[in-house]
Design a protein around this ligand. Structure first.
Ligand code: HEM
Ligand SMILES: *[C@@H]1O[C@H](CO)[C@@H](O)[C@H](O)[C@H]1NC(C)=O
Ligand SMILES: *[C@@H]1O[C@H](CO)[C@@H](O)[C@H](O)[C@H]1NC(C)=O
Length: 463
């Protein structure tokens, strides 16, 4: 056979081969994006998200596109995920490919060195310090203090018409300060509360830093908070006393955290601890009010604990062991966390192009695990809208129930949150009754879902 005949054939084969290789490679790199619509540029679908119950928005998208879909919110392209497998992928197994992310104004308000925004070694260090202060061994020692905060708070509320959420915020703020500053808390409560309440008005305001704006006032309050904390830190350094509260943990000699880093994280913990726990308490009070048989079961369980202590001649304070004898009350907390799903989702950002189930999640896109959709999936929780604590008699499967998240950024305060809720409910159900005032079927949004108007109730001491 003549060579001049073979050469073109060979050349064209080579060409086809190179072309195919290129095609296969680029095809690999150009995986399809997840299904979904992107809305108008910039405004994106934010308007839809905020103009209705956000859960309706998420649920209708999921119905249309499945458990992984793309959209556009707050000016950012993003992928929303709503299956246990995808949540595990983003939060646990491939957590290193997804960094936490918040709007820049929030970062400035909370302090950019706070635990939420941090990664790598610094995050590991902060987490160790926070977990040390909030693990069961440490919070056991403040049970009686939490109890007296709960009793004082209930005592001051009886006989009045109150806004449940407002009052629960005061309770959870005081408990948060106790866990941060120990018993010294009382000395600084007034000043810290005043500054924090100004600071929080800036959380959801426009980040315009000129005199007179909420944002400017709130940045000022933030500086004052840092000053007060610096004063507490320097007093503690002079006294050279050991403290096993959160501030003591942050101030450890070997940790070398700056005052600014400590301030950012103290403010961050108050932010993470107060409104979350207060809105869960508000929802529990609503669900107990709506479900008399559940309220009776909880009250019976709590009264049994008092009776048992009387029989043994023990003192009347609750102990850690007592809080472990509250299975019915604990299931009410779990079911409330599921139905209300107050943190309906969290934010991450892909640090590189990531492939998931044949789809491309491009570098820089936001990724939102939708906890609420998972918690309201009828395949996982039959009749999901129904409040039924008994469903938690069976332990939920991994990554189907994540009110405290999962993985490296999951909530380090979850034991404290459950403890302070149990203690409050113990005193509430055994000593008080309450009635809800006005229409109470509505829900308000922003940023958390809450019963309408913060749930006005009237609280009366049982005779
Ligand atoms: C019932 C009340 C609470 C709920 C539902 C809740 C929920 C959560 C969730 C879902 C996360 C993870 C967010 C993510 O992965 O992006 C988180 C993080 C966090 N929570 Fe909680 N939380 C509660 C109470 C508390 C309390 C009482 C404290 C402190 C005393 C606290 C401190 C924190 C901190 C510091 C983080 C950040 C952890 C990190 O980035 O490594 N939380 N919380
Ligand atoms: C408030 O705004 C003024 C003017 O922009 C600025 O100089 C000042 O630093 C702001 N205050 C704070 C605490 O950021
Ligand atoms: C978190 O993820 C791990 C690994 O998948 C799993 O074993 C665990 O049960 C999950 N936690 C929750 C609260 O679902």
């Amino acid at each position: 056979m003549e060579l001049h005949f073979l050469l073109p054939l060979f050349a064209s084969l080579l060409f086809v081969f190179v072309f195919l290789k290129k095609f296969i490679q680029s095809n690999n790199r150009r995986l399809p994006l997840p299904p979904g619509t992107m809305g108008w540029p910039y405004v994106g679908e934010t308007f839809h998200l905020y103009s209705q119950n956000p859960n309706v928005f998420f649920a209708s998208k999921q119905k249309r596109y499945g458990s992984v879909f793309k959209t556009h919110i707050l000016g950012c392209p993003c992928v929303m995920i709503s299956s246990p497998e995808a949540a595990k992928f983003v939060l646990v197994t491939k957590a290193h490919l997804f960094k936490p992310t918040f709007p820049a104004s929030k970062e400035r308000m909370l302090g950019k060195q706070a635990i939420f925004f941090s990664q790598g070694q610094y995050h590991t260090q902060l987490r160790r310090l926070v977990l040390r202060a909030f693990m069961p061994e440490s919070i056991k020692s403040i049970i009686s203090n939490i109890e007296s905060i709960a009793q004082h708070s209930l005592h001051s509320l009886q006989g009045r018409l109150i806004t449940t959420f407002q009052e629960m915020k005061t309770y959870t703020f005081n408990v948060a300060l106790l866990s941060i500053l120990g018993e010294e808390e009382v000395l600084y409560r007034g000043d810290l509360k005043r500054c924090y309440y100004i600071l929080e008005q800036g959380y959801n305001s426009m980040p315009i830093n000129v005199p007179g704006t909420f944002f400017n006032k709130s940045m000022k309050a933030r500086k004052e908070l840092a000053r007060i904390l610096a004063k507490i830190i320097s007093t503690r350094r002079q006294m050279k006393m050991e403290h096993n509260d959160l501030l003591g943990s942050f101030m450890g000699d070997k940790e070398c955290l700056s005052d600014q880093q400590i301030a950012d994280n103290v403010i961050g913990v108050i932010f993470a601890a107060r409104d979350t726990t207060a809105s869960v308490l508000t929802w529990i009070i609503k669900y107990l009010g709506d479900n008399p048989s559940v309220l009776k079961a909880v009250t019976d369980e709590q009264e049994a604990i008092i009776r048992e202590k009387e029989k043994c001649g023990e003192e009347q304070c609750l102990s850690w062991a007592d809080t472990k004898k509250m299975p019915i009350t604990s299931r009410v907390i779990q079911e409330t966390l599921r139905v209300a799903s107050i943190l309906s989702f969290t934010f991450r950002e892909a640090v590189e192009d990531v492939e998931y189930e044949g789809y491309l999640i491009p570098k820089g896109w936001k990724v939102l695990p939708l906890f609420r959709n998972i918690h309201h999936s009828p395949e996982i929780f039959p009749d999901p809208e129904k409040f039924d604590p008994s469903r938690f008699e069976v332990v939920p499967k991994p990554n189907t129930f994540m009110p405290f998240g999962n993985g490296t950024h999951s909530c380090p305060g979850n034991e404290l949150a459950k403890l302070e809720i149990l203690i409050f409910l113990h005193h509430l159900t055994t000593k008080y009754r309450w009635s809800m005032v006005g229409s109470n079927s509505g829900i308000q949004y922003g940023p958390f879902a809450l019963p309408q108007n913060g749930l006005p109730i009237r609280l009366i001491r049982k005779s």
